[in-house]
Design a protein around this ligand. Structure first.
Ligand code: HPA
Length: 283
């Protein structure tokens, strides 16, 4: 499944194909995390593409990830929504994981909203909390798996992009205000998301180490897409749903498992979808 590093022409071909198959011009793209693809169903005047039919687009292999690119309007705003994302742990190379973000850029998207499921490391968090991502720790990136490794495509951005402003402060403020208006601020958090490669969940010692490093949550996605989005100048908002608390105690009999992740997601998905949809027409 390992894909070769993408040539600029592949990005252009994919963007051209999509331009020729839809007359919509979204300024906002949304990447839906595990079980959070219901957001795409809220779009009106939908134009739906399965990933298989889009030239050069990778395909998704995880249960709960539909694998569709959905164009349509949310609260009157044209959006493009990825129902199902690509994960490094599926065997894709890290550039492929972030491939769709460059397509969005070529289509004229200016704002990227990313959602994901995560494990809570901060003990003041609870299962079902929604965390606004204020910063990230890119564990694969620090270990050499950064999607911008390789020759720089000047077409998209500079060789050494800044990441200290990765998550847009104005969008975070807007999300907080929207959450207060819809009454979900009681389970809203703001914190640091740490990406790990997965697919095995973290050991107790790893969770303790990540917490000491300053991470509030941990997950296996999102960061490659954010790095590539920032490289090409998009504004980014990240929303992380705490689906389980990580195990940090050797006396605990809790075990992280994918079923719990999916169950919490089902429980809270509607709130998260409502939050995104309510803030979209304020962007
Ligand atoms: N660890 C890593 N990724 C996750 C977790 C977790 O505990 N929960 C949901 N995604």
């Amino acid at each position: 499944m390992e894909a070769p590093a993408m040539e600029t022409s592949s990005y252009e071909e994919t963007a051209d194909w999509l331009r020729n198959h839809t007359d919509q011009h979204p300024k906002v793209a949304i990447i839906c995390g595990s079980g959070l693809g219901g957001l795409a169903d809220l779009l009106q005047n939908k134009k739906v593409f399965s990933y298989e039919e889009i030239p050069h687009f990778p395909t998704s292999t995880v249960p709960g990830h539909a694998g569709k690119l959905v164009f349509g309007s949310l609260q009157g705003r044209e959006c493009v929504c990825m129902q199902g994302r690509f994960h490094f742990y599926e065997g894709y190379n890290i550039q492929t994981v972030a491939f769709p973000v460059r397509i969005f850029h070529l289509l004229g998207v200016e704002t990227l909203i990313v959602t994901n499921a995560c494990g809570g490391l901060n003990t003041s968090y609870s299962v079902g909390d929604i965390m606004l991502i204020k910063d990230h720790i890119n564990m694969p990136g620090l270990a050499g798996q950064n999607p911008l490794v390789g020759s720089n495509h000047e077409r998209f951005g500079v060789r050494f992009p800044c990441m200290s402003d990765a998550y847009d402060r104005d969008l975070i403020a807007l999300a907080k205000q929207t959450a207060a208006e819809q009454g979900c601020d009681s389970f809203l958090q703001e914190g640091v998301y740490c990406m790990v490669a997965g697919p095995s969940y973290e050991t107790i010692a790893e969770c303790r180490a990540l917490r000491m490093m300053g991470a509030d949550t941990v997950g296996m996605s999102t960061v490659p897409e954010v790095v590539v989005a920032r490289h090409c100048g998009m504004r980014v908002l990240g929303l992380s749903l705490v689906t389980n608390m990580t195990v940090t105690d050797y006396d605990s009999h809790e075990k992280a498992n994918h079923e719990e992740v999916l169950q919490t997601t089902r429980h809270r998905a509607k709130d998260l979808e409502k939050l995104v949809s309510n803030l979209i027409n304020k962007i």
